[in-house]
Every structure is written in C-alpha cells, then in structure tokens.
Design a protein around this ligand. Sequence first.
Ligand code: SF4
Length: 212
Amino acid sequence: MPSTQPPRDCPLCPRLVAFREEAQRLHPDWYNNPVPYWGDPDARLIIIGLAPGLKGANRTGRPFTGDYAGDLLYATLRKMGLATGEYSQSPDDGLELKNTLIANAVACVPPENKPTNDEQKTCRQFLIKRLAEQQPKAYLALGRIAHDSLLVSLGEKRSAHPFGHGAEHELGGGVRLFDSYHCSRYNTNTGVLTTAMFEDVVGRAATFVGSK
Ligand code: SF4
C-alpha cells in the first residue's frame, strides 16, 4: 500500500530522478526532492497544481514558493481568507494556509515543466491515497493537466468534466471541482489569466468551503 506522501528518495520515475540528481549536483543548497503537500491538515479545499517549478518549489521545498506563480496564488489566498501572514517567497516567512491544502499532480520537478503521462500515472498513487484520507469538500485545479490528473485520481470520467477556466464540476459525494488557468507568469503576462479572473474563481471556491 503506497504512502500518502512519496519518500524523499523516491526512485519510481527514472527521468525525474536523473533531473533531481543533476539539480542536487548543480545546486546542493536547494531542496531538490519530491515536494510534500503543504497546508491545513484538515483542509476542505485542496488546490492541485502540476509539478514543482525548478527555481520555485524545487528550490525552496514548499509548493508555489520562490517563483512568480506563488506571488499571485498566495496574495489571492490571503485576500479570500484562505491564508494568513506574510508571503515572502520563503518557507520560513510565517505564511499559514487556512482550510486549504496544496498538492501537485507530480511531486518532482520535471524538465521544462512537462511531466510525461507515465510520470503522472506513477505519482498518482500517492495523491489517490491522500485524497481518500483527506475527503475534501472542494478542489481547485490549476490548469488542464492538473484537472485531468485529479479526475483520473478520483475515478471520474474526464469526458464528463471538460476543463474550462471558471468552470465548476459536481463530482461524487457533493464535492465540487473549480477550474482555473494556471497562475504562471506566462499566463498572466500574456493576459490569459488576469488577477480579477483568478480572484473570481478562488473566491467562489472559498465561499463554497465556508471560508469567505
Ligand atoms: S514524480 Fe512522484 S513517483 Fe515519480 S519519482 Fe517523483 S515522487 Fe516518485
């Protein structure tokens, strides 16, 4: 039976292990290991990202911490009552998540931010176990790959729940999935995702789980 969290030296994806080890060689002061879930252990909202960023979570060891995506995510979570404290791109900044847990579809940093289908499938075993234990009321998927991977993890049909920014999906057991474009610098710089668009989705998810 898999754990809810991959071990720090998880050997299951050879390409990602090699990439991790290369990062350990080049940047021995970085985290460079599977990034653990982070947040409120009793959270009713789970946010699902794709994978750690090389210079973000892979460097700092905390999801969405250290690169641009975290700037928008954590500012929005604070505004919507899902986080307290200051966010300063460091795991020791004192930020705390409220009623929210953050996980990634893939726990190790992939080259060019692109995990393969096999890597997603392999890492899913940990996420499946955690979701079963956590039993949240809602999910917020950041991007199409996270959305699809989550649906597979939950045993839901992807064809019944097509990804769309701002979409809401009723899953089994009264659980709701909210979709957003990923809060990456690329998406915000190109206008695919604006702060207002992101705040709207996160705000609806916060209201749904009773945090706003
Ligand atoms: S991505 Fe997941 S399954 Fe693959 S090596 Fe990393 S922790 Fe293990």
